[in-house]
Design a protein around this ligand. Sequence first.
Ligand SMILES: Cc1cc2nc3c(=O)[nH]c(=O)nc-3n(C[C@H](O)[C@H](O)[C@H](O)COP(=O)(O)OP(=O)(O)OC[C@H]3O[C@@H](n4cnc5c(N)ncnc54)[C@H](O)[C@@H]3O)c2cc1C
Length: 327
Amino acid sequence: MQDTTIEKVVIIGSGPAGWTAAIYAARANLQPLVLEGVPKQEPALMLPGGQLMLTTEVENFPGYPKGVMGPQLMDDIKQQALRFNTRSRGVDVVRCDLTARPFTLTLSDQSTLQAHAVIIATGATAKWIGLPNEMRLARTGGGVSACAVCDGALPVFRNQPLAVVGGGDSAMEEAAYLTKFASAVHIIHRRDEFRASRIMQQRILGNPKCKPVWNSVVLDVLGENQIEALRLKNVKTHEESTLPVKGLFVAIGHTPATSFLDSKQIQLDEKGYVTMPVPHRSMTSVEGVFAAGDCADAVYRQAITAAAMGCRAAIDAERWLGEHDIH
Ligand SMILES: Cc1cc2nc3c(=O)[nH]c(=O)nc-3n(C[C@H](O)[C@H](O)[C@H](O)COP(=O)(O)OP(=O)(O)OC[C@H]3O[C@@H](n4cnc5c(N)ncnc54)[C@H](O)[C@@H]3O)c2cc1C
């Protein structure tokens, strides 16, 4: 089905970046259309509302002195955007033609639409080990997380033994952050040395709270409502063991949700993050296409930074449309 209207601005993604971009674009009278995405299990768990739909308590989003549940926060931001006449559709973008303006987006319901400006806010999904009990306890606030900055300060982790899985720089950063709260941080890594930079390794290996568990993988996460222990396997000796912990932080990387973009049309970095050539701005390598949130940010990956990037993208899009006499 071909829709002949040309949208002024289409926002792809309905996480904190997408809905915040919508609030700003709608209040600027651009009648934005948000493409919310559809729920997916593969290649990674993704929901309309974004990554915060997978968590329980959010304690670090400004404006909620008592904290807020992730799905409630997302509903609040969405309702704020809808109040200003944002429109939305529960579809994925499966392909974009960014070679000519207006841009053409192909959607998962087989329809296409055209837009003068596009804001890409599709996020990045945390990689999980893939164990059923890991996901169950992650989704129910049972002490499994993919973000130390988000969850490390929760009371349940204070003065408790915790575990980090991973061996790269971000695993080292997660472990270093957790040492502020934990009694011990066990770093489980499948090899006998970390991949992280030497300086990060030195920082971790010199910290008495950090205890590497070499050559090991997690076989299962034990605990009914709260994590109690990890079942580990040494990949060299094949020996199995149980490690009591009160928290598990999975730090094996993130995947930006940008596979629907053609890297010949828009610049992505080697990991697939959308690159933004002008520092502190939201423009991408394609004029009229803007990016916001975790799909363009491998560093901070927080709801508030994503929301702030959504704000920037909407303001940049509004100015760009104005410069092209599209009001
Ligand atoms: C378990 C967990 C706990 C967290 N806790 C906190 C916390 O306490 N505090 C905090 O600040 N941050 C937390 N974070 C991080 C935070 O969730 C992210 O930084 C934030 O959600 C990023 O927002 P975003 O809008 O960029 O992307 P996302 O929230 O990932 O949203 C992306 C959106 O894009 C949609 N989408 C993807 N592909 C397409 C497509 N092709 N077409 C259409 N739509 C598409 C998805 O459906 C989704 O709606 C947590 C993350 C996780 C995983």
